[in-house]
Design a protein around this ligand. Structure first.
Ligand SMILES: *[C@@H]1O[C@H](CO)[C@@H](O)[C@H](O)[C@H]1NC(C)=O
Length: 453
């Protein structure tokens, strides 16, 4: 038996300056090697075909079809049968959420799901906004498109693309959409919002080929703003790199260092001693140091899912597709831990402190209704070496999975116009703190629009 805990403990108890410098050097060296290696690859925008077989000879069908979320009775009954067949087992005593989703609490969630959760009502809520599907280079892409209801005379809506991440969905944005399309403050920008489902997720078709990301919905607008966190960060950043002229501004709430260089390595090595030199505040210091614990041990502990999904998605995908309870546990465990790492020590994973079970299960049901196991074999194709010259705004939430101080964001996003340290919130900030996020998008967009005039 390999003693993981012992190893982690041994590593983490070595907090000497020496180890940290050594780790920083090794990490820096590896990053430098990877950067040099990938410098040869340039990101190019190309037309492609991601559908089944070979592209058809006839014209592509680019029509936009209205779409309604639905699940028929038979499917729903089948789902309930499978939920009822789940077999519980006791989690280790006092393990709370440290070994994954606590089994006892999972029974509470299942009970709520079966007796109180009203999927029909949630479907109505989902269909409150118009959904569409359109075919892009061989695959069907789903999106929600919300136009402002009461646009004052002479005012034009500003288009905004919002891209969800994993294990979220377009539903992440449902509380934020009205704040953006019907802002209460008269001076605010009125947005027109498009939220696609990333290909392979939810109601968008999965690419039938191994391949790179597909560009999402550039057909409707000449120019627009884009917002993303998690995968949405990669999708929107790639778009801005492929088509910098189309994206007027990029707003992000997640941007782990993707263009690390000397300044970042130096900041890790010397930041604790000379915080001012690197613009580090107290929160930065607290999140970064001790390096081994915060940047290495925590990542190793929490990224097991990523290795599985990146390498053997079909195996785990089958299980998640078959068992709705397993899928719920898989998704909601991430929502708990990524909202606040300290939630791992709570019996109920702190889930209902920030979210309602209705909303959480709605997100799970979207994956189930679409029967898309939440781990399509997607690979990151972020153009790591390229710097970004599209104006960028960054919302820095304190409990974000990977804390990114301003200096690190600036390494890649050279036109960082706003950087807002937020009062509260974690990885799923659009769901957790929709008001704060909407405000930050307003502030960033106002600044950009003013500049244009
Ligand atoms: C947005 O700007 C307003 C006015 O300057 C400010 O009061 C508010 O704190 C800002 N909000 C965020 C989240 O950046």
């Amino acid at each position: 038996q390999f003693d993981h805990e012992g190893l982690i403990h041994a590593i983490s108890s070595e907090h000497t300056m020496f180890t940290e410098v050594l780790v920083a050097l090794v990490v820096g060296g590896v990053i430098y090697f990877l950067v040099q290696k990938s410098k040869r690859h340039q990101l190019k925008s190309e037309d492609g075909w991601w559908g089944e077989g070979t592209p058809p000879d006839k014209e592509e069908d680019v029509s936009i079809r209205p779409y309604t979320v639905r699940m028929d009775n038979e499917e729903l009954q089948d789902l309930y049968t499978r939920i009822d067949q789940t077999q519980s087992f006791p989690s280790l005593e006092d393990s709370q959420f440290t070994y994954g989703f606590n089994s006892q609490y999972l029974q509470n969630v299942v009970s709520y799901w079966r007796h109180d959760f009203d999927w029909r009502r949630q479907v109505e809520k989902l269909n409150k906004y118009p959904h569409y599907k359109t075919n892009i280079e061989g695959i069907d892409v789903h999106y929600v498109h919300v136009r402002p209801k009461n646009l004052p005379e002479g005012v034009t809506a500003v288009p905004l693309l919002m891209v969800h991440g994993w294990p979220g969905s377009f539903y992440e944005f449902y509380r934020m959409i009205p704040l953006l399309t019907e802002p209460s403050n008269p001076g605010d920008i009125v947005f027109e919002v498009v939220c696609p489902s990333i290909p392979g997720y939810c109601f968008s078709e999965a690419p039938h080929k191994k391949g790179k990301w597909l560009e999402v919905l550039t057909r409707d607008f000449q120019q627009f703003y884009a917002h993303g966190g998690d995968w949405g960060w990669i999708v929107t950043t790639n778009m801005a790199q492929l088509e910098p002229k189309i994206i007027k501004g990029l707003h992000l709430n997640f941007a782990p260092p993707s263009k690390p260089g000397l300044p970042m390595v130096l900041s890790i090595m010397l930041g604790r001693r000379f915080p001012k030199m690197f613009g580090f505040n107290e929160h930065d210091i607290q999140r970064i140091y001790p390096i081994v614990q915060n940047l290495v041990v925590e990542s190793v502990k929490e990224s097991g899912y990523m290795h599985i999904q990146a390498t053997k998605p079909d195996t785990v995908g089958r299980g998640l597709n078959d068992s709705p309870v397993c899928l719920a546990a898989y998704i909601l465990e991430k929502i708990s831990t990524w909202t606040d790492h300290d939630f791992r020590t709570l019996d109920d994973g702190g889930l209902t402190r920030k979210f309602s079970l209705v909303d959480l299960l709605t997100n799970v049901m979207i994956y189930l209704a679409a029967s898309s196991p939440p781990c399509a074999s997607t690979r990151r194709t972020l153009a790591r070496v390229l710097t970004m010259h599209v104006p960028t705004g960054f919302a820095c939430f304190p409990n974000e999975l990977m804390h990114t101080p301003k200096l690190w964001v600036q390494q890649k996003y050279r036109k960082l116009k706003t950087f807002t340290p937020m009062a509260r919130g974690g990885h799923f900030a659009t769901m957790e703190e929709p008001e704060l996020m909407a405000q930050d998008i307003q502030n960033f967009t106002k600044m950009q629009e003013k500049r244009k005039k």
